[in-house]
Design a binder for this molecule. Sequence first.
Ligand SMILES: NC(=O)c1ccc[n+]([C@@H]2O[C@H](COP(=O)([O-])OP(=O)(O)OC[C@H]3O[C@@H](n4cnc5c(N)ncnc54)[C@H](OP(=O)(O)O)[C@@H]3O)[C@@H](O)[C@H]2O)c1
Length: 280
Amino acid sequence: MADALSPLLTLNDSRTLPQLGLGVYKTTDDESAETVSFALQHGYRLVDTAAMYLNESGVGEGLRRSGLPREEVTLATKVWFTDNGFDSTLRSFDESLERLGTDYVDLYLIHWPAPANDLYVETWRALVRLREEGRARSIGVANFHPKHVTRLIDETGEVPSVNQVELHPWLPQSALREFDAEHGIVTQAWSPLARGHVFDASHGGDALEVVARKHGKSPAQVVIRWHLQLGNAVIPKSVTPSRIRENIDVFDFTLDAHDLAVIATLETGERTGVDPDDRN
Ligand SMILES: NC(=O)c1ccc[n+]([C@@H]2O[C@H](COP(=O)([O-])OP(=O)(O)OC[C@H]3O[C@@H](n4cnc5c(N)ncnc54)[C@H](OP(=O)(O)O)[C@@H]3O)[C@@H](O)[C@H]2O)c1
């Protein structure tokens, strides 16, 4: 069993979050059990799932198979936007716990604001309740534009601890990161490798090869290191054992100003997913 490899970030609720964890989107229950157990045995301590991924049972199984005590692992999950609303969120949370086979999660997120439904403030009140009950240790949001976070704060006085958003070299989210930092919110990058397309030559991915060769690392390691140096939390997904190990082997090199300037040339503003304002 490897020791924990990722540094910890301190959240605005004084709890901690591993800066680097494992994403499990599009991973089946069986794959999740295997992948999560492997990752936890090789130094990961954070797993990011969601009710919508339909793999919370597998994630819970992977945690048990890993042999790690529950309290050493940060489990994060999310309420899907069709369950936004106070009572429906509490119900969905109970179902997530049941599937995960645990009596608390470390981080619970609103998956999307779905602004046209206008239920995200009520959803947030449910998350505050769950945190007060100690069943969600930390709470946050995903895919919230600054205007959505501002509304939560204005109407409830409660600041999210984490905002998990699409973020990669094509879409570095500079304004959002600045807003989050001003509010003590950790920005966590989803699709940190642009779903594996950040390496595509059509998107200037060869530039990453050059930086990678210079450091004796892979292009994926360069991109993950870029996230860490920006101060992001980051949750690359892989079901491939060699890549799972590669993606957390990023603490023995540093990108310099020239490398960061090369990576900055990949910015196009392109998303791999939808704009949060359009998800309803
Ligand atoms: N909040 C949200 O709305 C939201 C949305 C999307 C994602 N997420 C979270 O963010 C996590 C990560 O995002 P993502 O899964 O969309 O995409 P990602 O992590 O950017 O990319 C995953 C893809 O990259 C490949 N890959 C991983 N490591 C690699 C390496 N070292 N070299 C080459 N290819 C590599 C994977 O292949 P293999 O698996 O085949 O190895 C997979 O095809 C998700 O799993 C999920 O937990 C959240």
